[in-house]
Design a protein around this ligand. Structure first.
Ligand code: NAD
Length: 488
């Protein structure tokens, strides 16, 4: 490894790569349960210094006004990350347990390439809009609306798609002219630390503009959320933690941007190819062992086709073997940790206790004696009120629920505290349009359409979040509006 010191991957604070004052903590390979190496363990003083550096870089430099510099730096970062792609992909597969196949897409290269979208916005965005002259209260006033950076961003991220989520915050936040303190999840410190090394050693991003603070202590997230020098929190993680973030941020009335959990519905209409749709739903929930917030984990099928859909989904899930993420054929790797596997197993116990039928999977793969693996699992014979149909499991687990027509499917899809994503399979365009309009959720896929791309805003209704990431809408989350009215 050349980017990281395996005995202590460093913090990035004020332009310096440095050790943590709290010592080091282990990062673990979830496919082997072996310790990969050590990451710097930041303490509260380290975070304090990182916030101070971000504040100074925002207040005392031209970064927020120099649009061309920011576009240059983002392009340089993209190039440097691509030059180190092999090593970064290796770290990602080892630390996240991400199938190597996905690192050519959303687990690494996709979000790196998306930095170009952010660079373009830094260059081409209309920072000023002329609103013309009006005469409020009889005084002729020439009005200009300016868009400016919010200031210091505290970014807090989870472990499941660390690069995608880190870059979906770094890209637009930097393009808009902010400075940032990134606190990644304790489960994936190396992914973030390696990016910190690339920034420090291979880009012109000025000192203090990006600070990366890894720590075993979740409390640092709370500290970042409470510090009055931070102007905005950009958070991705569970809904429960999102609530704590919002509560803590309220004391200093920070802008809070929240990307949270989901329990999305996959709706099969009765004019669809039910078997093809059920196969697709079953496959998609196994990708990255189901550790995706937007995965469709409730399969709603026409009651008359229930047995057919269950049989098809069970066959697909039974054929997907969890395995070594370094192998190019693997789509379902391990869960991130023993804690996460215990959580999934707890939900499988609950499904059984509530009368659910485990049609495929249901336990640990017999052929794997190491690694936090779990079998793709299909649960039938439960209603939408079952715990496994209401709560986010974050594993390769699909619950099949019958519906009694299009309006009943809409009702069931919406009968959830979440509203992050969803899918519809059918034939009749009018019926598809009706169901699309009825489901209250931030993204929808019709017949396998892909909503994910750099220019497409992503985010949740209801308890799945506040605000949108990616696209121009995601960029504008990181901007303030200043209206200047000049008399005359
Ligand atoms: P988590 O909520 O446990 O942790 C997320 C981050 O918050 C971590 O960095 C953690 O250290 C930090 N944190 C913990 N307590 C905190 C506090 N009190 N204040 C501030 N920060 C705190 O989530 P996780 O287990 O790492 O990730 C899985 C969750 O993330 C799932 O619920 C998933 O749906 C969600 N997620 C959402 C999206 C999205 O875009 N909507 C994307 C990926 C993951």
């Amino acid at each position: 490894m050349s980017l990281l010191d395996a005995d202590g991957a460093p913090l990035l604070i004020g332009g310096d790569l440095r050790p943590g004052r709290g010592g080091v903590f282990a990062t673990v390979n979830p496919a082997t349960e072996e310790t990969l190496g050590q990451a710097a363990d930041a303490d509260t003083a380290d975070l304090d210094a990182a916030i101070g550096a971000a504040r100074t870089a925002f207040d005392d430099t031209d970064w927020s006004r120099d649009h061309a510099l920011r576009a240059h730096c983002l392009r340089q970062l993209r190039t440097a990350l691509t030059e180190h792609a092999e090593e970064l992909r290796e770290i990602t597969v080892a630390e996240v347990g991400a199938p190597v196949m996905l690192t050519h897409g959303p687990q690494f290269q996709g979000p790196v390439d998306d930095l170009e979208f952010a660079a373009n916005l830094a260059e081409t965005y209309s920072w000023e809009t002329d609103l013309g002259t009006a005469k409020p209260m009889g005084i002729p006033s020439a009005r200009v609306l300016r868009r400016e950076a919010v200031g210091v961003i505290g970014a807090i991220t989870p472990w499941n798609f660390p690069h995608q989520i880190n870059f979906a915050k770094l890209g637009p936040a930097l393009a808009a002219g902010n400075t940032i303190v990134l606190k990644p999840a304790p489960d994936t410190p190396w992914c973030a630390a390696a990016v910190g090394a690339v920034i420090a050693e291979h880009t012109d991003i000025p000192a203090g503009v990006v600070n990366i603070v890894t720590s075993a202590d979740h409390g640092l997230g709370a500290q970042l959320t409470s510090d009055p020098r931070v102007d905005m929190i950009s958070f991705t993680g569970s809904t429960a933690t999102g609530r704590a973030v919002m509560t803590n941020a309220a004391a200093t009335l920070k802008k809070t941007f929240l990307e949270l959990g989901g329990k999305s519905a996959f709706v099969i209409l009765d004019d669809a190819d039910v078997v093809a749709a059920a196969n697709y739903a079953a496959f998609s929930v196994c990708v990255h062992a189901g550790q995706g917030c937007a995965l469709t984990t409730r399969l709603l099928v026409p009651r008359a086709h229930y047995d057919e859909a269950v049989a098809a989904a069970a066959k697909t899930m039974g054929s997907i073997r969890p395995g070594d993420p370094t192998s190019s054929g693997t789509i379902c790797g391990p869960l991130i940790s023993e804690r996460q596997r215990a959580r999934v197993e707890h939900y499988l116990d609950l499904a059984r206790a509530e009368g659910g039928r485990i049609v495929a999977g249901g336990g640990r793969p017999a052929d794997l004696d190491r690694g936090y693996f779990i079998e793709p699992t299909l649960i039938a014979d439960l209603g939408n009120d079952a715990t496994v149909a209401r709560e986010e499991i974050f594993g390769p687990v699909l619950v099949v629920i019958p519906h009694d027509g299009d309006d009943d499917a809409i009702r069931l899809a919406n009968d959830s505290p979440y509203g992050l994503s969803g899918a519809i399979w059918g034939t009749d365009p009018g019926r598809i349009a009706h169901v699309t309009a009825g489901i209250r959720t931030g993204t929808l896929s019709v017949n396998g359409g892909i909503w994910y791309s750099a220019d497409a805003p992503f985010g949740g209704y209801k308890q799945s979040g506040i605000g949108r990431e990616m696209g121009v809408a995601g960029f504008e989350e990181y901007l303030e509006s200043k209206l200047v009215a000049t008399a005359g």
